[in-house]
Design a protein around this ligand. Structure first.
Ligand SMILES: O=C[C@H](O)COP(=O)(O)O
Length: 262
């Protein structure tokens, strides 16, 4: 896995208000420190609702916690009359390290296309943060055995016009939609098949070998402490985007600390 430090990102989705966030982040930090967490072996991040960001920032900075944080979405617009939107500069001002773009729930419920996801990735990069760009196929595509070409087509579109240097630093999350929140986890081999194909495609067809070697590719979909070790044993899986299991700080800490059992 070269020198790519695995990224374990907990996507809280629309769960945990800012008061609850304090307790969860503190408990996560205590548990990690208790278990001698080593930042060089895995990076821990929480991807929280917008309303939690300032609280999490204050906690992380104040107590110097070894936890990165970020947002779940961003506007493509820089500023102006876009009611309800949050700009990349606003997130950068809150010192977000990461911004998730193109999550399948945004694609499904808010009609986000690959082109919008590409625009969002660009504004995140321009504001100095790292996008976690989500791709993944629905069940019918998987049943037809078309998951690899389908996801590579998404990858080509969401990475359009990005430079090799930008791609080397970003994160791609492969999340088969049929495995999200369903308890239906892809096998480690399923995850490797698509993550490996993404890396080869970037190397051979898109931004080149250095970009492919630097880019971190996560798996997401019903990740738990009981399956993370086998998933992380795959050559092209550089971490996980974790939904439900990240709401429990003890369970999420076990996922971050997967390397202690690898
Ligand atoms: O962003 C996270 C994914 O949607 C996975 O969610 P899940 O772990 O609850 O299946």
């Amino acid at each position: 896995m070269a020198d790519r430090i695995p990224l374990m990102a907990g996507n809280w989705k629309m769960n945990l208000n800012h008061v609850e966030a304090t307790g969860v982040v503190q408990k996560l930090a205590w548990t990690l420190s208790d278990k001698r967490y080593d930042k060089a072996k895995a990076e821990a991040a929480v991807i929280v609702p917008f309303t939690d960001l300032r609280t999490v920032q204050t906690l992380v900075e104040g107590d110097k916690l070894p936890i990165a944080y970020g947002a779940q979405d961003v506007s493509v617009h820089a500023s102006g009359a876009y009611t309800g939107e949050v700009s990349a500069d606003m997130l950068a001002k809150l010192k977000c390290a990461y911004v998730v773009v193109g999550h399948s729930e945004r694609r499904e419920y808010h009609g986000e296309s690959d082109e919008i996801v590409n625009d969002k990735a660009k504004v995140v990069l321009a504001a100095g943060m790292t996008p976690i760009i989500c791709v993944g196929e629905k069940l019918e595509i998987r049943k037809e055995g078309r998951q690899v070409p389908f996801v590579l087509d998404q990858v080509q579109k969401v990475l359009a016009d990005l430079t090799p240097e930008q791609v080397a630093k970003l994160v791609i999350a492969y999340e088969p939609v049929w495995a999200i929140g369903t308890g239906e986890v892809a096998t480690p081999e399923d995850a490797q098949e698509v993550c490996g194909a993404i890396r080869r495609y970037i190397a051979e067809e898109l931004q080149g070998a250095d970009a492919a070697a630097g880019c971190r590719i996560q798996y997401g979909g019903s990740v738990k402490s009981s399956n993370i070790v086998d998933i992380m044993a795959q050559a092209d899986v550089d971490g996980a985007l974790v939904g439900g299991a990240s709401l429990d700080p003890e369970e999420f800490a076990k996922i971050v600390l997967f390397y202690q059992h690898a």
